[in-house]
Ligand binder design. Structure first.
Ligand code: NCD
Length: 307
């Protein structure tokens, strides 16, 4: 694999390989000094055209734990503000000698375009509404950590599926590993066509919750909504929010997940996000080890010591 642009680049076997490799990087992360020399001399740059807290820090931390050098590119303080194009920006960065470029952009497809311009490995850290493969990998890892495998697990993805790259990558990854996925959302927050999506759809969260192994909540992505898709947020919360009362419908073992950033009080009640079965910070912790595995797969030369 030269790049990680879509979950489809991996397939079920590739996902399993990343998850197995992640086990060893979780072990590294738990060491007193959580660092290995594997990627010494390599440079990883993050090129973020959109805001990010978790994904950006997570990649940076993953690269550093592998002893790679890191560079950060922030659009708001760069020459993009002076009119430099994406291509010129990318070629400038590559001229400095980088081995991997982690790209986040508001438009779908940009990481594919970047991959055509450079020799470096390109990792998609979120492109528009399209995909966010490393998020899906860390979500798979978190579910597998709790249940051993995703096979036959019942997972509902609830909320603004239409604008969610996380949902697209998660559906591909969860179903590739044998889970059953139900999308739960008002019709206005579902993609216009679900043809080819191996999912069920429901508009009744209360009836879905008791059967689930995982409820996965999405943020209302208002920055991507160009029209009024909901009567009001209060109404959304009343019908689709994981309120305290609704959370009681979940089985004892069921996990509550969220990619972050959360809007407590909208898609998830403040106190539900802190329940013992809410593994939201576990997802973040696993994200670092998963991204170490991805960087290792893309950048470590054949024959390099594993960890
Ligand atoms: C998400 C994103 O930016 O795609 N967050 C993340 O990367 N963990 C989801 C969101 O913005 O709601």
């Amino acid at each position: 694999m030269r790049h990680l642009l879509s979950i489809e680049d991996l397939g079920a076997d590739g996902i399993e390989e990343v998850l197995r490799l992640t086990d060893s990087f979780v072990e590294v992360s738990e060491r007193r000094i959580p660092k290995v020399p594997t990627l010494r001399g390599k440079t990883v740059v993050s090129l973020f055209y959109e805001d990010s807290t978790r994904t950006r820090l997570s990649f940076e931390s993953a690269a550093k734990r592998l002893s790679a050098d890191t560079m950060n590119f922030s659009v708001s303080t760069s020459s993009v503000k002076k009119g430099e194009s994406l291509r010129d920006t990318v070629l400038t960065i590559e001229a400095m000698g980088v081995d991997a470029i982690v790209v986040r952009h508001g438009s779908a497809g940009v990481p594919w375009q970047v991959a055509q311009w450079v020799d470096a490995a390109v990792i998609n850290a979120g492109d528009g509404w399209h995909e966010h493969p490393t998020q899906a990998l860390l979500d798979c890892y978190t579910i597998r950590e709790r249940f051993g495998s995703l096979r036959d697990k019942r997972i509902a993805i609830v909320g603004d599926v239409k604008h969610s790259r996380v949902a697209r990558s998660d559906v591909l990854a969860f179903t590739a590993l044998g889970a059953h996925v139900t999308l739960v959302a008002p019709p206005t927050l579902l993609p216009p066509s679900l043809e080819g999506w191996p999912v069920e759809v429901s508009h009744d969260l209360d009836s879905v919750l008791p059967k689930l192994d995982v409820v996965y909540l999405l943020r209302m992505q208002k920055e991507r909504q160009t029209e009024a898709l909901l009567p009001s947020l209060r109404e959304y919360t009343a019908t689709y929010g994981l309120t305290r009362d609704r959370a009681r419908l979940l089985g004892e073992q069921a996990l509550v997940m969220h990619p972050g950033p959360m809007n407590r009080g909208v898609e998830i009640a403040a106190e539900v996000a802190d329940l013992p079965n809410a593994v939201i910070t576990r997802q973040v912790a696993n994200g670092v080890a998963v991204r170490m595995a991805v960087l290792f797969l893309l950048l470590a030369a054949e024959g390099d010591a594993r960890v």
